[in-house]
Design a protein around this ligand. Structure first.
Ligand code: ATP
Length: 332
């Protein structure tokens, strides 16, 4: 339960069951003359996970630090529950928490002491046992932080953020250093938080993590959002891929052109592969029509399509195009 001394502020930060928990509008952030964030906008609703992805130095951490209230926007607006988070006013601070990149854990304390300390500092803390249970560290209660593995320290970081039962949670690369099993476990915890109505902003370089968790996502490059939308919407806009080994007696120029598709030939494992990127048509059957046309063409030429593969675009395909600077702004 949040208490505020200032009734006007209490009104400002009153929960809105239907509205977004976080609103960022045309955010710009400068370090001296360098503009690190250049006009970023997004919203995050309760129970929604928004993944902010991007190349190194794209401006993700700067954006999170601004949302947390550590930085005043150079221009644009940032609102958390309707309030300006700059300076972490009461009413925002108590409803938000973060797992940041640099962990501030005290190595000499035990895991139990670490959680108890956070518990003692919080206004309305979650039970310490419950926190340890949530992040699966109950059996490490008496172990010194210094003896934890990198992945276990990251889980403890997450546990500390959960002590205050935040309604908005910022996760800056929360699974770095975790093995696949620990990562899966952390994804389960994050999924539960979403179901409990927490609004989550996630940054990660693990694209599979975003594919698993994100309701919506944005990909930033050089301070700008280059791609934004739901995962399905973003991937649909980047086409299906139909690939096969280029038949030995077929030259690149002999390949048929298909409506709404682009063809490219590349070398993989010392062999030439043809890949059609099918962009136009109904997402549910455009690959089918492309494959049917290609099989018809092959049959007419007395050849077969060897190692035929069909797949949708992956987030990695989209990300690499963004990193190349090849993606024009896409909003789904
Ligand atoms: N305190 C600072 N002073 C000057 N420049 C900074 C400062 N902090 C960040 N930058 C610059 O701002 C840009 C954005 O950095 P930021 O840390 O927000 O990127 P990021 O997307 O989180 O990157 P990464 O994925 O590598 O963590 C980078 O070019 C970085 O060098």
């Amino acid at each position: 339960m949040t208490t505020t001394a200032n009734p006007a502020q209490a009104h400002d930060t009153a929960p809105d069951a239907t509205g977004p928990a976080v609103v960022v509008r045309d955010l710009r952030q400068r370090y001296g003359t360098f503009e690190a964030v250049r006009g970023v906008s997004f919203e995050i609703h309760p129970g929604e996970l928004f993944a902010l992805l991007g190349t190194n130095g794209a401006g993700k951490t700067t954006t999170i630090e601004t949302l947390e209230g550590f930085r005043k926007p150079s221009s644009g607006t940032v609102r958390v529950f309707g309030a300006d988070p700059y300076g972490q006013p009461v009413g925002v601070r108590e409803r938000t928490n973060a797992v940041l990149q640099g962990s501030g854990l005290l190595e000499d304390l035990t895991v139990g002491e670490t959680v108890s300390l956070a518990h003692d500092l919080a206004a309305a803390p979650r039970d310490a046992e419950e926190v340890l249970g949530l992040v699966n560290l109950l059996d490490k209660r008496r172990v010194a932080v210094r003896q934890l593995s990198g992945g276990q320290k990251r889980r403890l970081d997450l546990g500390l953020a959960l002590v205050t039962s935040p309604e908005v949670l910022y996760l800056d690369e929360p699974t770095t250093g975790m093995d696949p099993e620990a990562r899966q476990e952390t994804w389960r915890i994050i999924g539960d938080l979403k179901r409990d109505g927490v609004a989550i902003l996630l940054t990660t370089h693990y694209l599979e993590e975003a594919e698993r968790l994100a309701d919506r996502l944005a990909i930033m490059h050089r301070g700008e959002v280059r791609v934004e939308g739901t995962l399905a919407g973003v991937l649909a806009g980047w086409g299906d891929r139909v690939s096969f080994l280029l038949p030995e007696d077929v030259r690149t120029g002999d390949l048929p052109s298909l409506p709404g598709a682009e063809v490219a030939v590349e070398t993989r494992d010392h062999s030439l592969w043809a890949t059609y990127t099918v962009l136009d048509g109904d997402v549910s059957d455009r690959a089918h029509h492309a494959v049917a046309a290609l099989i018809g063409w092959a049959a007419g030429n007395g050849t077969t399509l060897k190692n035929l593969q069909v797949r949708g675009a992956s987030l990695e395909d989209v990300f690499l195009r963004v990193a190349d600077g090849a993606a024009d702004l896409v909003r789904d």
